[in-house]
Design a protein around this ligand. Structure first.
Ligand SMILES: NC(=O)c1ccc[n+]([C@@H]2O[C@H](COP(=O)([O-])OP(=O)(O)OC[C@H]3O[C@@H](n4cnc5c(N)ncnc54)[C@H](O)[C@@H]3O)[C@@H](O)[C@H]2O)c1
Length: 437
């Protein structure tokens, strides 16, 4: 059973300073979670270093960034990109007969996906080849990194990698039915997860979302030794998801998005941090709230639990920042709609008896049911429909507020970490925002 460790106290300031080095382990996207911690590292004056997953052209071969792509990525990050392709996973990795896992899924028709039989030996070999490529390239990244770390500097790594949906054409229509299907289009996530294609996804999620953190911790072991010998510290943070507490009927209540099929990989990520911690590595995995990003766009309904942050801001004391967020959200709503109406609608979803079986922390992650999917998807659509403009929505405003606060909380917590796994919920996030004035 997983221990639930919510952060209830605001952490003190971090001691990172100019000359210290912040390494983002993942690429940075405009609305991604990592923006919060990158901003915080920049504010502290740290030197910012990033990586790239690399790119694949039409020939399917993984390559490093071109000069132009690298320059663009460096402007976006505000730091140096180490240009060695660190794409994780094995979906495009050729097996012994030259066939990759996605080659095995080529030509499968949409009504045949559950009857497909896969060559597991070949998949295992692709997986091993993918790991070898990733860890080999990671060695090169670490060697370059070493030359960029000044004497006595502290180093902070932030792992943001999550993904691994195999890039087979057949997969997105199936996943759309799992995550967004209702009525005839509804596909039980458990049926998908227990199918061969589901099993392939599970292996891929583990490799991309979880194992990359272990590879990072292992590959930087010698570096940790040399940095600490020179008087510096090394910390690792990783973004995770394992539900979070939001206000439901006025009480902070743990809840989660269903069906979160990455959940098993995220629990593996937690286990990796616990194992590293036992070895004396300063590594913490932070379970963060649901927000809207490129990666969460597939999960319609994940954003519903974001709305009660507006109530949490008031509960935790309000103030200038909270009022500004409230005002900006109110301005995005259609004529006649109010923040209170939005909160009422989100609360009536979150308190629904249909969700009671999904509020069990010990049995997470949960599979969907037809009734739950229908309630979630319809509530999500009705809430999104309250926005004036579908391109400028309340969720985007709230997501920014969350990733900024989470960035600050992670950055400060890892300076004096207290546990390998913890939860940042709406209470502490609202308190962080309110504390800024
Ligand atoms: N969005 C949410 O609601 C939410 C909630 C809690 C935790 N998180 C976590 O936050 C982290 C960042 O996600 P985000 O939602 O900000 O989305 P994002 O799309 O901005 O970030 C996803 C990251 O994964 C990397 N990535 C994806 N596939 C990869 C691959 N095959 N190889 C190497 N790198 C790969 C990308 O480069 C990027 O850095 C993830 O760990 C995610 O699980 C997200």
């Amino acid at each position: 059973m997983t221990d639930y460790v919510p952060v209830r106290e605001l952490p003190g300031p971090a001691g990172y300073k100019a000359g210290d080095v912040f390494v983002l382990f993942g690429e940075l996207f405009g609305r991604g979670y990592a923006n919060g911690i990158v901003d915080e590292a920049r504010r502290a004056g740290m030197t910012i270093i990033g990586i790239t997953v690399g790119r694949r052209d039409k020939d399917g071969i993984l390559r490093q960034l071109s000069d132009e792509e690298r320059a663009e990525a460096e402007v976006n990050l505000g730091g140096t990109i180490i240009n060695v392709p660190l794409e994780a996973g094995f979906d495009m990795e050729p097996g012994p007969k030259g066939k990759s896992p996605i080659d095995q899924l080529k030509g499968v028709k949409s009504d045949e996906w559950d009857a497909v039989s896969l060559d597991w030996e070949a998949i295992e070999q692709s997986c091993a080849a993918g790991t070898k490529r990733f860890t080999g390239n990671l060695q090169k990244v670490v060697a370059e990194l070493e030359s960029l770390i000044p004497l006595g500097a502290n180093v902070l790594f932030a792992h943001t990698i999550a993904g691994g949906i195999p890039r087979a054409r057949i997969l997105m229509p199936i996943l759309n039915r799992v995550f967004k299907g209702q009525g005839e289009r509804y596909l039980p996530s458990e049926m998908f997860w227990n199918s061969p294609v589901g099993r392939l996804c599970s292996m891929s999620f583990d490799e991309v979302t979880a194992n990359t953190f272990k590879y990072l911790i292992d590959a930087t072991a010698p570096l940790r030794g040399s940095i600490s010998a020179r008087g510096g510290s090394v910390g690792y943070v990783a973004y995770c998801y394992h539900g979070c507490e939001v206000l439901v009927d006025g009480s902070y209540t743990w809840q989660s998005y269903t069906p979160y099929l990455q959940g098993w990989a995220k629990m593996r990520l937690e286990a990796i941090a616990r194992d590293a911690w036992k070895e004396g590595v300063r590594a913490t995995v932070f379970n963060c709230p649901e927000i809207q990003t490129n990666s969460s766009a597939l999960f319609l309904g994940v954003e519903i639990s974001l709305y009660p942050l507006l109530a949490a801001l008031t509960r935790e004391g309000g103030g200038k920042q909270a009022e500004e967020i409230h005002a900006r959200c109110a301005a995005l709503l259609k004529e006649g709609m109010t923040v209170d109406m939005l909160l009422d609608k989100a609360n009536s979803y979150l308190r629904s008896p249909v969700l009671s079986q999904f509020r069990n922390f010990d049995t997470w992650p949960h599979h969907n049911t037809a009734e739950q999917a229908e309630l979630m998807l319809n509530s999500a659509t009705e809430l999104l429909d309250m926005n004036k403009d579908p391109k400028e929505i309340v969720c985007a405003e709230l997501s920014r507020a969350v990733f900024r606060a989470v960035g600050i909380l992670m950055f400060r917590s890892i300076w004096k970490p207290v546990s390998p796994v913890c939860w940042l919920s709406h209470d502490i996030i609202a308190r962080q925002i309110v504390s800024e004035g």
